[in-house]
Design a protein around this ligand. Structure first.
Ligand SMILES: Nc1ncnc2c1ncn2[C@@H]1O[C@H](COP(=O)(O)OP(=O)(O)O)[C@@H](O)[C@H]1O
Ligand SMILES: [Mg+2]
Length: 299
């Protein structure tokens, strides 16, 4: 409400200003001097009004901070395309579609870390770091569905984080992922209780897919909510950024490398030619191989 008022004030001011500009142009053209409208006085008035607007905005910003409101990066009015985009980025925990190419060593290393129970901390974060499209989510899905991993953990939870890293919202998604009610808890405290009850003494694996949060305070808040599990519980996170991995306090950062040329080709072949057996056409194969070379091992 207050923001709206300030907005209208600013709009008014702009209107006034536009009128004044037109008036002055007119005065210049006609060459008449209106003694009533002193430009110096006008400028002073404008600057006072501007100052008042700025002060009001500052007050609102201050109140916002003290209320601990969370800014959402998602626009309120989503365009149809951006809705689609967000839906596309939503990931799930199923086994990756089709066969996973390469990545055996990566998988083994991550699984070893996940199975390691000689850890002191209550929550340990392991991160998979790499460019967008390199196969982080695929690898995480593969690891998540590994038989040894399944046996090792009492609970496995998958949360697609993407745009917004809001502790309460993630906590809600975790509860939901564990088969709890899909609920919008009114209080952080309530969802915390739910989470504590759910994780109580259980050895869990939580995947946080596609995380962007660099704020260490938010990380420690989230981790604090998750310390109720048994020793050996792990968080596996995928992210594009080293900074995010560091902010999360990862004990292991797994840098996902490029595919070898052969793997990249197999992947390309699978994607491009699977349906219509085009691969017999050597011309297309040549073009395909050229594309793969140019991509330098990134699918
Ligand atoms: N090792 C792989 N084997 C087969 N397909 C893969 C592999 N890695 C990635 N892909 C495919 O490449 C695309 C992007 O992978 P994804 O895991 O979503 O990347 P990221 O999470 O790093 O952005 C997906 O369509 C996925 O199926
Ligand atoms: Mg991903």
């Amino acid at each position: 409400m207050r923001l709206k008022k300030v907005f209208f004030e600013a709009d008014d001011l702009l209107d006034d200003f536009a009128t004044e500009v037109t008036r002055r142009k007119l005065v210049n053209k006609v060459g008449i001097f209106f003694s009533k409208s002193n430009p110096v006085l006008y400028n002073l008035k404008i600057s006072h009004r501007l100052k008042a607007i700025r002060q009001n905005l500052d007050l609102i910003a201050k109140d916002k901070a003290s209320l601990d409101l969370v800014e959402r990066r998602q626009p309120l009015l989503l365009e149809p395309n951006s809705v689609q985009l967000n839906l596309d980025r939503e990931t799930y925990s199923f086994v990756p579609d089709g066969e996973v190419i390469g990545r055996n060593a990566d998988k083994k290393e991550i699984v070893d870390f996940l199975l390691d129970s000689e850890v002191e901390e209550h929550v340990v974060v392991i991160s998979i770091v790499g460019l967008g499209g390199l196969g982080k989510t695929t690898l995480a899905q593969w690891v998540y569905n590994d038989e040894m991993v399944k046996v090792n953990f009492d609970k496995r939870l998958w949360v697609c984080v993407s745009d917004v890293f809001e502790v309460k919202m993630i906590a809600e998604k975790i509860v939901e992922s564990a088969g709890g009610e899909k609920a919008n808890y009114l209080q952080l405290n309530t969802v915390q209780n739910e989470l504590t009850e759910m994780l109580d003494g259980k050895k869990y694996l939580l995947v946080l897919d596609d995380v962007w949060n660099e704020n260490t305070l938010k990380w420690s808040k989230l981790k604090n909510m998750l310390i109720g599990g048994a020793k050996g519980s792990k968080i596996l996170m995928t992210t594009r950024s080293d900074v995010v991995a560091e902010a999360s306090g990862s004990v292991h950062e797994h840098k996902l490398g490029d595919f070898s040329e052969e793997e990249a080709w197999t992947l390309f072949e699978k994607m491009a030619f699977e349906c219509n057996k085009e691969s017999e056409n050597s011309n297309l194969v040549e073009i395909g191989k050229e594309i793969v070379r140019k991509c330098g091992g990134v699918p």
